[in-house]
Design a protein around this ligand. Structure first.
Ligand SMILES: [Zn+2]
Length: 349
């Protein structure tokens, strides 16, 4: 979206869209610039905030004091239009790499992002864990250039005839309507750098469908109380693995199978925590998600069987080994798997 289009969008939908502010240390917004995402931790209030975000909502980026030893201005450095949300594995933010902990797993993906600062000077090809502190400090300076300070807001916005104090505390909140008007004015007047969905590196096109299926599945699972999740996952697997028996036209049947199987896969993976059932291996991808593959023991083309007993979660190595290995090796793999998972339904030819 171009800036003019965005302003039109905001003005025309002023009463319909929600505009919130998100607060985070300056270095975390570098990730937002590179990946086009923001994240929330599991604290109840933040998690609830994240859950109610809808496509089209706007997040105002509030960059607060950096944890690196640097004097950076605190203020509003940009904003993003919400596309969708999902739960990540792995690390995205400076502090997560430092602590080796997935602290902000609740992710918002933006369709459009606008920054006030000199963001073109930030190197997008090196991710935050590849940069040293000096490089990060430079990024922070560039990111916070030209930001809207709280003194500006206090000077220019009055609520009930009092100077308005922008809510600096809390990682997510809404703010006064009067302040929104001021921000809209600032947007019109300030120079901004726009990032489009295709500019951010976050979603490679080939995994878009997987992401949205994973996203739907984790959002659903997330709404179920923890102790009932396993039961829920099993129920979903059973439901999705049923063959649409009445369809006999082969091409249509294949299309239907693929659609259903793509919906089913995230649940199967989730059931085994994305770990190879044969060797327990998994790894974290650039996008922060754990990686695994789902394989039919007897190929679908022969079995038309998507039931749990015919599906295995493999790492890429064992998937290929199972598909391409000779009969003896395949049998070895199956026999080993059967020791761990007696339900596996396989009779040797
Ligand atoms: Zn494996």
């Amino acid at each position: 979206m171009k800036k003019e289009e965005l302003l039109n969008y905001i003005e025309n939908n002023w009463r319909k869209i929600n505009i919130y502010k998100s607060t985070g240390p300056a270095e975390h917004w570098i990730t937002t610039y590179v990946k086009g995402v923001w994240g929330f931790n599991g604290k109840r209030s933040n998690h609830n905030f994240w859950k109610k975000l809808k496509e089209g909502d706007i997040l105002i980026f509030h960059s607060s004091k950096s944890d690196l030893k640097i004097k950076n201005p605190s203020g509003i450095i940009g904003f993003g239009i919400v596309k969708h949300t999902y739960v990540k594995d792995g690390f995205f933010w400076y502090t997560e790499y430092k602590k080796q902990e997935n602290i902000w797993p609740y992710i918002v993906i933006f369709s459009d992002i606008f920054f006030f600062g000199d963001v073109q000077k930030i190197n997008k090809n090196r991710f935050i864990d590849e940069k040293n502190d000096d490089e990060i400090k430079k990024d922070i300076i560039n990111l916070s250039k030209n930001c809207i300070s709280f003194e500006d807001i206090k000077k220019n916005v009055r609520v009930n005839n009092e100077p308005y104090n922008f809510p600096v505390q809390g990682s997510a909140s809404s703010f006064a309507e009067e302040c929104k008007d001021y921000l809209l004015k600032a947007l019109k007047e300030k120079q901004t750098v726009a990032l489009k969905e295709e500019d951010v590196q976050y979603i490679p096109p080939e995994i878009k469908e997987d992401i949205s299926n994973d996203y739907e599945a984790s959002k659903e699972i997330d709404q179920i109380p923890k102790e009932k999740q396993t039961e829920y996952i099993n129920k979903k697997i059973e439901e999705l693995s049923k063959e649409a028996g009445e369809i006999t036209e082969p091409k249509e049947r294949l299309i239907k199978h693929k659609q259903r199987f793509n919906k089913l896969k995230p649940y199967i993976k989730k059931k085994f925590d994305n770990k190879c059932q044969f060797c327990d291996y998994t790894f974290i991808q650039k996008n922060g998600q754990h990686y695994s593959e789902v394989c039919h023991i007897i190929p679908w083309s022969k079995s038309h069987d998507d039931s749990q007993e015919n599906l295995i979660v493999f790492c890429p190595n064992h998937h290929k080994e199972f598909d391409l290995g000779d009969k003896k090796r395949r049998q070895e793999i199956i026999l080993k798997l059967k020791e761990k998972f007696p339900d596996i339904n396989y009779k040797f030819e």
